[in-house]
Design a binder for this molecule. Structure first.
Ligand SMILES: Cc1cc2nc3c(=O)[nH]c(=O)nc-3n(C[C@H](O)[C@H](O)[C@H](O)COP(=O)(O)O)c2cc1C
Length: 199
């Protein structure tokens, strides 16, 4: 907890940094914060502590490794988060059958990329319907269609992780693709897509 507060205090004093994404959801390192992100009281406590020292836009990044992500989202909203981003990686594992050993040095680790997209979309949709603050969608986005799906499900903005390892220009291509989609469908403001899923 102290480390989060120290970093937030330092960042608060730097001109030009207007927003902070508080990652309480990394499953890959011992001190990565997932312990904070999987329990509502601790997610609320760390968000409150950072909110107290950081004046800019506070985005809290949520873990999908929970039973009910809406409960955590509502908790951090109440604790002063300006937005939530989701999802971080899903806790997974890989086994080397020949050597009978785990593939990862940490034995378990984060699963990302297209395999997680349907679950991430579901969580974005659930959180969008549970909170009033903006939702930033993440999880398996590799092209503009994926990004648009996340926006329709309730994402005000999206992030791309894994796809950058395959194509470092993917973000520019996604932006172009969203513009093309808007032109083709006579959508004048991209914000019109947010939460526009017809159910
Ligand atoms: C190699 C790798 C490193 C990552 N490092 C971080 C990190 O430092 N902080 C963080 O909040 N998320 C981190 N993530 C999670 C991603 O930001 C993202 O939430 C997740 O991978 C799902 O999106 P994707 O399928 O587009 O990768 C990392 C993911 C990968 C694959």
């Amino acid at each position: 907890m102290e480390d989060y507060i120290k970093v937030a205090e330092k960042v608060n004093d730097i001109d030009g940094i207007n927003a902070l994404e508080l990652n309480i959801s990394c499953p890959n390192v011992k001190e990565g914060g997932m312990a904070f992100g999987v329990s509502c009281p601790s997610a609320v406590a760390v968000t409150e502590a950072v909110r107290n020292v950081f004046d800019g836009v506070l985005i809290v990044k949520l873990s999908p490794n929970v039973t009910d992500i809406t409960e955590i989202a509502k908790g951090v909203e109440g604790a002063g988060a300006d937005a939530v981003s989701l999802v971080n990686t899903f806790l997974g594992m890989a086994v080397d059958a020949q050597n009978r050993k785990p593939v990862l040095s940490t034995i378990t680790g984060g699963l990302s990329g297209p395999a997680i997209k349907p679950i991430a979309l579901r969580m974005v949709w659930q959180v969008y319907n549970a909170v009033k603050i903006p939702v930033l969608g993440i999880g398996g986005i590799v092209n503009a269609t994926d990004a648009i799906e996340f926006m329709l499900a309730g994402s005000t903005a999206i992030q791309i992780g894994t796809a950058n390892f395959i194509d470092p220009q993917v973000s520019m291509k996604v932006i172009d693709g969203i513009q093309d989609y808007c032109h083709e469908n006579n959508i004048s403001a991209v914000s019109d897509l947010v939460g526009a899923l017809e159910v």
